[in-house]
Ligand binder design. Structure first.
Ligand SMILES: *Cc1c(COP(=O)(O)O)cnc(C)c1O
Ligand SMILES: [Zn+2]
Length: 415
């Protein structure tokens, strides 16, 4: 399949340039990661912004598709950027904004990328979309497959898989296939098989089209801040596609003459799954996989980050950093964000807020900080304890009146 006019795919390792998609979306010379590159000249702000289009497709000027391609869209993107007025003091960040990606069609930012990778697969006449995932990638892929009218297959490890995570994929009609082995086994088996199979297309993180969609987060943040670039973008990092994509988005705004400034990228990993943080602080560009990644934040429970190399480049180029947080800090930050700002996120998405508890007060006083809240809290309900027996019980109307009168002046439950 030829890529759109003015675009190529380039290998980030050996520099090979492709004018059509190589099998498996990786470099056919060295197996390196590919990146979409636009050859065109400068754009004006009005070339990119204020255009019509479903979801992220309003940013077509910077998407690798010809004008006549019809997108497979669920109107993803256009998510709120909320000024976090209630917690900013606590965190020592006066100018704090939360980009609430949980408002996407399947509840995470994955939809931004999936609309693009699925649209590309449909152009190529694919009949089955496939990925190895037990979480948000599988939910998103299944929804867009349903929308496109093709099959979805999800490869999962044979060991215990939290049933709750597969609810969405099941609802959207995906076929679930178990592989005898670990998650990494499942993924490498899939990647090894898929490129030779006609009619199939892999939707895992190495697919460069996903990052093309995810980079639109940068465009929206810029737009929502009144056409201005924030000082810091803070986000959780697992396979590291999203940090690479958002950085690419800001870089393109600059490369095509729309902005001059760039933000500093701040990645956040969980203590028990921090291979990128380790490499970054060692000053190394070699990422040593973590054998048994462990954290409550399942979306970033990744030991072998697929886009690790791109992420390290984003961190170094942007003069950024990666921080680590504990599960306790993540849980406390999640509660802070929901109970003080009304934004309920899944554990991974609270990691940036947890990191700001640590470093917020050390940032420049007027720094504009954007935290990316990557996924909806309803996706991860098992991690919230509900103590219904501990709540007040009333027997009659006078009991209720009594209780409500007290409620007006004091809190009946633990804050
Ligand atoms: C996928 C995901 C992440 C991690 O994103 P990467 O691109 O893998 O680094 C973080 N949070 C949520 C909710 C996710 O679904
Ligand atoms: Zn290569």
């Amino acid at each position: 399949m030829k890529i759109a006019a003015g675009w190529t795919l380039r290998c980030i390792d050996c520099g090979a340039v492709f004018e059509s998609d190589p099998p498996g979306y990786t470099c056919s010379r060295c197996s390196g990661l590919l990146e979409a590159v636009r050859e065109g000249g400068a754009l004006s702000r009005t070339d990119l912004f204020g255009k019509p289009g479903e979801g992220i497709w309003r940013f077509r000027a910077l998407l690798p598709f010809d004008a006549d391609v019809r997108p497979v869209s669920l109107d993803e993107g256009r998510t709120p950027l909320i000024r976090a007025v209630n917690i900013s003091k606590t965190l020592g960040v006066r100018n704090l904004h939360v980009k609430n990606e949980g408002q996407n069609p399947t509840g995470s930012f994955k939809d931004r990328g999936m609309t693009v990778s699925v649209t590309r697969a449909m152009q190529a006449g694919v009949r089955v979309l496939i990925c190895a995932s037990t979480g948000n990638t599988s939910a998103s892929m299944s929804a867009y497959a349903a929308r496109a009218g093709v099959r979805a297959a999800i490869i999962v490890p044979s060991g215990k898989v939290a049933a709750g995570k597969m609810v969405q994929a099941t609802a959207y009609g995906a076929t679930i296939i178990r592989v005898d082995g670990s998650f990494d086994d499942a993924l490498s088996m899939l990647l090894g098989t898929i490129s030779g199979l006609p009619g199939f297309s892999g939707m895992n993180s190495v697919n460069p089209y996903r990052l093309e969609g995810q980079k639109t987060t940068a465009f929206e943040v810029y737009e929502q801040l009144g056409f201005s670039v924030p000082d810091y973008v803070v986000l959780p990092v697992g396979n590291a596609g999203n940090i690479s994509a958002i950085w690419k988005g800001f870089k393109e705004l600059r490369a095509f003459g729309i902005t001059e400034k760039l933000p500093r990228m701040v990645g956040v990993q969980a203590d028990g799954a921090s291979p990128i943080a380790s490499a970054f602080w060692r000053g190394s560009d070699v990422i040593t996989p973590v054998q048994n990644p462990n954290t409550i934040a399942s979306a970033i429970r990744i030991g072998r980050p697929a886009s690790g190399k791109k992420a390290l480049a984003a961190l170094n180029e942007s003069n950024g950093m990666v921080l680590t947080v504990t599960d306790e800090e993540i849980t406390a930050a999640r509660r802070l964000l929901s109970s003080k700002e009304g934004i309920f996120v899944e554990p991974a998405s609270a990691a940036p807020i947890a990191a700001l508890v640590e470093i917020g007060a050390r940032l420049e006083k007027d720094a504009v900080v954007v935290c990316v809240a990557t996924g909806n809290g309803l996706k991860d309900q098992e991690t919230i304890e509900i103590n219904i027996d501990g709540t007040p019980l009333v027997a009659d109307r006078s009991g209720l009146t009594d209780l409500l009168e007290r409620l007006a002046t004091q809190s009946l439950v633990r804050a």
